[in-house]
Design a protein around this ligand. Structure first.
Ligand code: ZN
Length: 243
């Protein structure tokens, strides 16, 4: 097991849920106007709730989608504004980027306490300077990791035509359904992942198809997706040792 040490500044890092009868579907890089409505309808159809880590650069053009996401009972948190590696920026820039995004979201719901953070590319989740900076911005915050991931940032790169989207998504969902970390797991997917990999034309179809197959798979296993709960209390020594 890898342990990272700090002088007591580690914030809690969430990787699993306390209840193994549940999972938490988490969606980064939202909201995109051509995929979010379909994802929200799918979640409703399966009685599922999700947690969206929204990118300010996208949310700013889709205020109604942020409102609708909140209205339907999902959780929304900031994923930064520009989707850059904030762990490589100054603390002031990190806070400014997150706060600018949160200000958009706060039009639609009170800023959550404690705040759950997932930075772009998960950058800095083992960086004590980043944890200290995040605590300056939102005291009591926790960093949200995941396990397992849908690996959906790669699916569109393997598709040469629209017809390949469904089988490629199904392959990832089948793998996920066999993953021993699934019960109580925090599942990572994206609303059209922000990257410049090939296959961009297939990203919308991948996002919606993957959400449908994922929710079908979870329902077949009797697992319900819930919004991320607050982080559990942190043992004192975990402020010094991040595992
Ligand atoms: Zn992202």
């Amino acid at each position: 097991m890898r342990i990272s040490w700090s002088l007591g500044v580690w914030r809690p890092a969430m990787r699993t849920l306390p209840d193994p009868a549940t999972v938490a579907v988490t969606v980064d890089d939202a909201p995109m106007p051509d995929t979010m409505p379909a994802m929200l309808d799918l979640l409703d159809r399966f009685g599922a709730k999700a947690t969206f880590f929204m990118s300010g650069c996208r949310a700013v053009a889709a205020d109604d989608l942020v409102a609708e996401t909140v209205r339907r009972g999902h959780a929304v948190y900031a994923h930064g504004w520009d989707h850059v590696r904030l762990d490589r920026e100054t603390p002031a820039r990190l806070i400014e980027d997150m706060a600018r995004c949160e200000a958009l979201l706060a039009r639609h719901r009170p800023t959550p306490v404690p705040y759950l953070v997932r930075l772009p590319y998960n950058g800095g989740w083992r960086n004590s300077r980043v944890h200290r900076t995040l605590a300056c911005w939102q005291q009591g915050c926790a960093v949200v990791h995941w396990g397992p991931s849908t690996e959906d940032h790669m699916i569109s790169t393997r598709c040469a035509s629209e017809a390949e989207v469904e089988p490629e998504c199904r392959r990832e969902v089948d793998r996920l359904m066999a993953d021993p970390r699934l019960p109580g797991g925090i599942i990572l997917m994206h609303d059209q992942p922000i990257n410049d990999r090939p296959g961009a034309a297939f990203k919308p179809a991948v996002t919606v198809t993957l959400m449908r197959l994922l929710l079908e798979g979870l329902a077949a296993k009797g697992l319900t997706s819930v919004v991320l709960p607050p982080p559990p209390p942190q043992a004192w020594w975990r402020r010094f040792a991040l595992t």
